[in-house]
Design a protein around this ligand. Structure first.
Ligand code: ADP
Length: 632
């Protein structure tokens, strides 16, 4: 095994590779540009090398600088991550010439798959079905137009050297062809310095399903099942999951076999992904092979229990695959949501700026966060605006999806607009819950996902109440910190005490009364303190709000349901009643451990727990809602 490797990348993927390398006792070398001087991947690596100005073409994309940093640092191998130079056959060849190991496939395999038309020709020869289309060298616009007519409209123009959805145009009929071709070629030229086009039959509402493959130098080849990456915006993935919902076992098996055949056809080695489109009748077609680790690899790790970066390192060091096909099984279900600094309301325009606030869900065996930033970091204009990947796992899709929703609800990013609210709405939509995914999903369900509603005070009032609750909790936490007895229950604001009276809030000058239980999730809103109260920024608009002091003279309305919050970060030790079973006032509902002490949560009156939101052993964050209680 290597003693030292260089990671020719940045952000979350550099951090993720460093984590595995470290666990294997391998020393890590990071590289960084001006913009990344204080980035996380630099902070956590054992060593780091400056490689130049912020624009990637002057630093992360310069093969010479990467090779030089590797040689100077004494690294034996280079891990390219994804993006940047990960599919660059030149870097791969230069590594070999410099006596360095490229942690990836051989240069020939990268070159073969690097051009979509060559790849498709190769796959057709290996008996793997491809989308009907034209992959020829003759790029005369008239030839291309005739090819499109033969394939039959609608067709999809794709840059042969493409990636990331660039240089791609759907053409519905011949009248649109010339203009679409010209614009796709311009974009391809600008993005890849290569304007060659291929044309494909445009499949209607297919699913994007890809197979993770792995090969070693000893002729071993396995697949680690599929990922469904159908949920896309602008032909780019947003939420991925494994396994693919509702995929028939025989299709899975045939796709796995086709993917292995594709890898074998090009003498593949290392991690690769074979992407397919699955049409509505269950036929699948090869789309492309990515000769690297994918962004969405964690969902495969979650359902197989394998560490794919460890596999990459072992295979690159000449070891055989850690296990065979018969040892691999699908366990449970996983989702990944890509958290981007972008504005979904403005066609997902990338955003940049300082992460003034970054609160993330607690990590556990169920919740994983792959991130390369911390609070206070800049999301720079120079690189991909992905802030983090949120990955969740549970024993089945329904449970995993509930975890995803909750974790998205716990994600708070301030200072930069993000897609968190959009992801939350998407994950909560009926169609997504039903697993009815296809590549047109976001467009088809835009009304539900974007929640287009009129400016509505009754909609804003529970949000305003939620802001107040959060502020009160924050105030008492600060008071507790300053006191001589920080753990005193007197500083707890909710959950442990008596039912809270309804909150009185003023929204746009109108007063509303909100029961605590109605205060809804704050994900879709941001609040800003003002002299008069606070402003609430929601996707539905901007609301001026203020707190109305409670009137202690009025009667309390009877509690309906009540939520119980964890008083501080801790671990759930035991749940002591069954959901739905009657309990008496004073009965212990659950016990948690925090700061080496046990805390019991008791029933405030007769009633029943309608739901526990965590299970025994879960780590919970202070303030997290642990259970819902219904008084009788
Ligand atoms: P890129 O390499 O730019 O990411 P891909 O070839 O992987 O492009 O395709 C990206 C997405 O575009 C696919 O996941 C799918 O949603 C859509 N797509 C690609 N080819 C077709 C096709 N022939 N018919 C319909 N949709 C397609």
């Amino acid at each position: 095994m290597f003693n030292k490797i260089l990671i020719a990348n940045r952000g979350e993927i550099a951090c993720r590779i460093i984590r595995t390398a470290r666990s294997m006792g391998i020393t890590t070398v990071a590289v960084y540009s001006d913009a990344d001087r204080h980035a996380q991947h630099v902070a956590i690596a054992d060593e780091s090398f400056y490689i130049g100005p912020s624009p990637a073409r002057d630093s992360y994309l310069v093969v010479d600088k990467i090779i030089q940093a590797a040689l100077e640092s004494g690294a034996e191998a280079i891990h390219p991550g994804y993006g940047f130079l990960s599919e660059n056959a030149d870097l791969c060849g230069r590594c070999a010439a410099a006596g360095l190991v490229f942690i990836g496939p051989p240069a020939e395999a990268i070159a073969a798959m690097g051009c979509k038309s060559t790849a498709k020709t190769l796959m057709a020869a290996a008996d793997v079905a491809t989308v009907p289309g034209y992959h020829g060298d003759d790029q005369d616009p008239e030839v291309l137009k005739r090819a499109a007519a033969e394939i039959g409209y609608p067709v999809l123009l794709k840059a042969a050297a493409g990636g990331g959805g660039k240089g791609m145009r759907t053409v519905v009929d011949e009248g649109e062809f010339d203009a679409a071709l010209a614009s796709a070629m311009r974009e391809a030229q600008a993005s890849f310095n290569d304007n060659r086009m291929l044309i494909e039959k445009y499949l209607m509402q297919p699913r994007h399903i890809e197979i993770q493959v792995f090969c070693d130098a000893q002729d071993g080849a396995v697949h680690l099942f599929e990922r469904d990456c159908s949920v896309q915006r602008r032909h780019q993935k947003v939420i991925e999951e494994a396994p693919a919902p509702g995929l028939a076992a025989d299709i899975r098996e045939r796709m796995g076999a086709a993917a292995i055949a594709a890898a074998r056809a090009i003498d593949y080695r290392g991690a690769g992904t074979v992407e397919f489109l699955l049409d509505q009748r269950g036929a699948f077609f090869f789309m492309e092979m990515n000769t690297r680790l994918q962004v969405e690899h964690p969902v495969t790790e979650m359902i197989t229990g394998q560490d794919l970066v460890e596999w990459q390192l072992r295979v690159a060091a000449g070891e055989p695959l850690p296990c065979g096909q018969q040892d691999l099984q699908i366990d449970g279900h996983a989702f990944e949501a890509r958290i981007y600094a972008e504005d979904p309301e403005r066609d997902f325009m990338p955003a940049s700026g300082r992460l003034e606030q970054l609160l993330t869900p607690i990590e556990s065996p169920h919740v994983r966060i792959d991130s390369g930033v911390i609070e206070g970091d800049e999301v720079s204009i120079y690189y991909d605006p992905m802030i983090a990947k949120l990955i969740v796992w549970d024993s089945d899709r329904e449970r995993a999806l509930a975890r995803l929703q909750r974790a998205l609800g716990d994600y708070r990013v301030g200072g930069v607009s993000t897609n968190v609210g959009f992801l939350y709405n998407l994950a909560s939509s009926c169609a997504f819950r039903a697993g009815e995914v296809n590549t047109g999903f976001i467009d088809q369900h835009a009304d539900e996902i974007f929640r287009r509603r009129p400016l509505d005070i009754d909609y804003a009032a529970p949000l305003a109440a939620a802001v107040l609750i959060r502020r009160r909790a924050e105030q008492s936490r600060r008071a507790a910190e300053r006191s001589w007895e920080p753990n005193s229950p007197w500083y707890l604001t909710c959950g442990w005490g008596l039912p809270e009276p309804p909150l009185q809030v003023q929204v746009q000058g109108q007063q509303r009364s909100v029961a605590v239980a109605e205060a809804i999730d704050l994900t879709p809103a941001q609040s800003i303190t003002t002299a008069a109260g606070f402003d609430l920024l929601t996707p539905d608009g901007f609301f001026r709000c203020a707190e109305v002091p409670p009137d202690f003279g009025c009667d309390r309305i009877a509690a309906t349901t009540e939520s119980f919050n964890a008083p501080m970060n801790g671990t759930l030790i035991s749940l002591l009643c069954e959901p739905g079973a009657a309990v008496k006032a004073g009965d212990t509902l659950l016990v948690m451990e925090a700061m080496k002490m046990e805390h019991a949560m008791v029933a405030p009156c007769d009633g029943a727990v309608s739901e526990f939101y965590f299970i025994e052993g879960d780590r919970v964050e202070g303030g997290a809602i642990l259970l819902m209680f219904e008084p009788t």
